[in-house]
Design a protein around this ligand. Structure first.
Ligand SMILES: [Zn+2]
Length: 193
């Protein structure tokens, strides 16, 4: 199923057009914190394998740790992202944007630490060793354009996990085409005007 024609809108911290799959892994953002950054990640469970629904289960603390040997290496981890864009282009929302999802870990952007406090985390179902799907870029551009409308401080503040946690994280990885993504985003923004 393709979702490239989807239209998204942010309302009360929810992305209309996404499937809401609530994760218990969140807490309050610090008081008076404005959302000002989007962090892009990749994830696949098991690594480099797609489908299966394991990422959803992982973010909901419902993954069967015995289902695959790799899962034992992440057993008990409690993490989340606000959004996950599957290979099909379907968008899942795990955490309300007003809340603090647990995606960045130890991190810093332009000298400001603890990116989870003030960012929105978007996972692409993918890996460091395989190209992303073109529908994922199209949907990501639509989603980020909607987020920029709802949270104007984001503007050009788009970073990869590897940018905010260098040496510790490598995602979204060498196959994520930033130039192409920014071009699509620019097109989206000009058609909004
Ligand atoms: Zn990441």
């Amino acid at each position: 199923m393709q979702h490239s024609a989807a239209h998204f809108q942010v309302k009360n911290g929810q992305l209309l057009g996404a499937r809401f799959v609530p994760s218990p892994n969140f807490n309050d953002r610090p008081a008076h914190t404005e959302i000002q950054l989007v962090v892009i990640h990749n994830i696949s469970l098991p690594p480099s394998q797609f489908g299966g629904g394991y990422i959803e289960q992982f973010f909901q603390n419902q993954l069967d740790w015995q289902a695959h040997p790799y899962f034992q290496t992440i057993e008990g981890m409690q993490v989340s992202a606000h959004l996950l864009i599957l290979r099909s282009g379907e968008v899942l929302q795990f955490v309300n944007f007003n809340d603090r999802a647990w995606h960045a870990g130890r991190s810093s952007y332009l000298g400001k630490k603890e990116c989870n406090d003030y960012s929105i985390g978007i996972e692409l179902e993918g890996s460091d060793d395989q190209p992303f799907q073109s529908v994922q870029y199209a949907v990501l551009a639509q989603v980020v354009a909607s987020l920029q409308q709802a949270y104007p401080k984001i503007q050009q503040h788009l970073a990869g996990h590897s940018d905010i946690a260098p040496g510790r994280k490598t995602d979204p990885g060498p196959y994520f085409d930033w130039h192409y993504f920014r071009e699509l985003l620019q097109q989206k923004k000009s058609t909004h005007k």
